[in-house]
Ligand binder design. Structure first.
Ligand code: GLC
Length: 461
């Protein structure tokens, strides 16, 4: 009786290991523990900053038709070599980039140290496929870090987990040399060894986090688990992340290591190229989030792409993001000569012009507390420290704006850009008005101020 009981538990144990053994590393990953408050504090500079620059730069700026050009056109290493052989961005002046970034109102910047094509913009001792071996001859990342730091901007690195150039990176469904059948995959992957690639990847991330001073953000990209895909086992994500946290304890890491179920497996979520419906949550808790967006669709420089967002769309994107408690990471894809596309410069300038007078509704701001209703065609943000509400007028209203239920909540209202008072009154009866007792009616000038999106700053009681 006793004996059969033991063997039953043993069988149960064996079945448990078979079923769940493969997730054991996730469950027991030893990532540093921190409380929710500690995490909030660690991320504070970043959640206050709200606005950063993404920079996608690599050999793909030369074909100038998308950073996935190797994938789209199934280009082999040999065919792609011609870009490496002529890469020489003679106009590269990271100090100018840093000034444009800062002038736009951005507080941090993240550069692709290596994208999926495998080309390294830094002087890695683990590869020859790097900027120092092109005609340009220098460590681009080093120059970039120095210039951006000098402008007081926080530094972030993007590093592609994927590598279409490395001989040990197995060919999968996203690879330029992707196949049509299982047997073909077996054939083309003969001799490729992901264990060696994992070591390479870890070595390079160690270099990046050891040789360039304090790195505030790490953006690892990306996982696509499943058949002919790659996930946490392929990257050895848990151990990689442990090393990252050891090397740079304050670093903020994105969520593309395929560690969704591991505590501490990421710091923020990354909705890409779309507007979220609501502040993203998990198990009822609000998550830190950053949406990454392009001006025109591609991340790398794409000469013939004509789907560029205009300034007011971009500003609305920024405001809307903050109104839901998130950050905006807006991308620039420099040209093969190392300059920002004139269309990007125009938009950065215009956003900077708006930020110069209105950034108080962005920095340190977040979603308005529940109970504050946004009037039609407006977006609200809120600064908890100042206890001020910001009403962004996407469409300029005709002379009056009704704030529902706000009669007893407001001390003072002004336009943010020029601190000019906006008078307000309690509604008076006139038969067919849109206001009622308890509302407040703002009296606006007929003419829209010369500001792309005017902002009302509301001092709350
Ligand atoms: C995707 C794309 C990549 C881009 C990234 C930015 O993962 O593969 O080209 O770098 O998104 O979020």
């Amino acid at each position: 009786m006793k004996c059969s009981h033991i063997s039953f538990s043993f069988k149960f144990f064996v079945v448990f290991i078979i079923l769940f053994g493969n997730i054991t590393p996730q469950v027991f990953a030893q990532l540093p523990k921190e409380t929710a408050i500690q995490k909030t504090q660690r991320l504070q500079w970043w959640t206050d900053a709200r606005f950063g620059m993404f920079i996608h730069w690599g050999l793909y700026s030369l074909p100038a038709r998308h950073e996935w050009v190797r994938n789209f056109e199934r280009i082999t290493n040999e065919e792609y070599q011609k870009y490496f052989d002529i890469f020489n961005p003679d106009l590269y002046n990271p100090r100018e980039w840093a000034k444009m970034c800062k002038q736009a109102g951005m507080k941090y910047a993240i550069i692709t140290t290596k994208h999926h094509e495998g080309f390294c913009l830094f002087d890695s001792k683990y590869t020859d496929y790097k900027s120092t071996n092109t005609p340009y001859g220098k460590d681009i990342v080093k120059e970039w870090v120095d210039a951006f730091r000098a402008e007081g901007l926080k530094i972030g690195f993007y590093y592609s987990l994927i590598d279409w150039h490395h001989p040990d990176f197995t060919i999968d469904k996203n690879h330029p040399l992707r196949q049509n059948s299982d047997s073909a995959y077996v054939r083309v992957n003969k001799g490729r060894d992901m264990a060696k690639y994992r070591t390479y990847l870890k070595n390079q991330v160690r270099e990046l986090l050891s040789n360039y001073g304090e790195i505030s953000i790490l953006w690892l990209d990306f996982s696509y688990p499943g058949k002919n895909g790659k996930g946490h086992d392929d990257w050895d994500s848990e151990n990689l992340l442990k090393m990252v946290r050891q090397l740079q304890p304050n670093i903020i890491v994105n969520n593309r290591l395929d560690l969704e179920n591991v505590e501490g497996g990421d710091d923020f979520v990354t909705p890409e190229q779309f507007k979220v419906a609501n502040w993203p949550e998990k198990d009822g808790k609000k998550l830190a989030w950053e949406t990454c967006q392009t001006f025109s669709g591609s991340w790398g420089y794409n000469r013939d792409e004509n789907t560029w967002k205009n300034t007011s769309q971009l500003l609305e994107l920024l405001i809307e993001t903050v109104s839901k408690g998130g950050n905006l990471l807006l991308n620039v894809g420099p040209t093969g000569r190392g300059a920002f596309d004139i269309r990007a410069q125009d938009r950065l300038n215009a956003m900077g012009e708006w930020m110069k007078f209105n950034s108080r509704s962005i920095y340190g701001c977040t979603q308005a507390p529940s109970g504050f209703l946004a009037p039609a065609n407006t977006l609200l943000t809120y600064n908890p420290t100042l206890n001020r509400l910001y009403i962004h007028l996407l469409t300029y209203p005709l002379e009056r704006l009704v704030l529902k239920g706000m009669a007893d909540k407001i001390k003072y209202v002004q336009f943010l850009h020029d601190a000019s008072e906006v008078k307000f009154a309690k509604p008076h009866w006139s038969g067919f008005t849109d206001s009622e007792k308890g509302d407040l009616v703002l009296e606006l000038p007929v003419i829209k101020p010369a500001v792309e999106i005017p902002v009302l700053e509301v001092f709350l009681k």
